[in-house]
Write a protein that binds this ligand. Sequence first.
Ligand SMILES: [Zn+2]
Ligand SMILES: [Zn+2]
Length: 172
Amino acid sequence: MFLSVKELELRKIGFDRIFEPGQIEFTGEDLEQGSPLHAAGSAEMLPESGGQLRVWGSYTVEMAAQCDRCLAPVRYPLNATFDLYYRPASDVPEEEEVKIDAGEAEIGFYEDGLDLEDILREQVLLALPMQRVCNESCKGICPGCGRNRNETACDCKPGLDDRWGALREIKL
Ligand SMILES: [Zn+2]
Ligand SMILES: [Zn+2]
């Protein structure tokens, strides 16, 4: 859904939409959208602001990823709000651009308008933890025998992994 500046100059735009998995691009992030994403909110051009846009609302979705340590599926039910401000890209003087990149990450810029899908994608990525684990205490997969150490304890000792692997091969 494109939030066009031309339209926002005339009126506030409300949205209440369901995005099925696949409609918002999450590939390349090792993520899957596990449920439809429901987003509702509004976009408007703030009066007397020199063209500043505000987009706010809330969304719910369930995302799914693999545990970074044991590869088990991890589900992230998200239910969050957002309140974002965007300034016209043409308004930014060259030097200020650098300053804003460093400090004011919460301010974005637009040219002809904003893609609601892009905004939601960014919000979902921000809401997810950097490290995606099934459990803080997940023991992960043993590099020696490949067992999931949350399920099975193994006798592998750090540093002896290669020898154990070699032994098993001889037995086979
Ligand atoms: Zn895990
Ligand atoms: Zn092991």
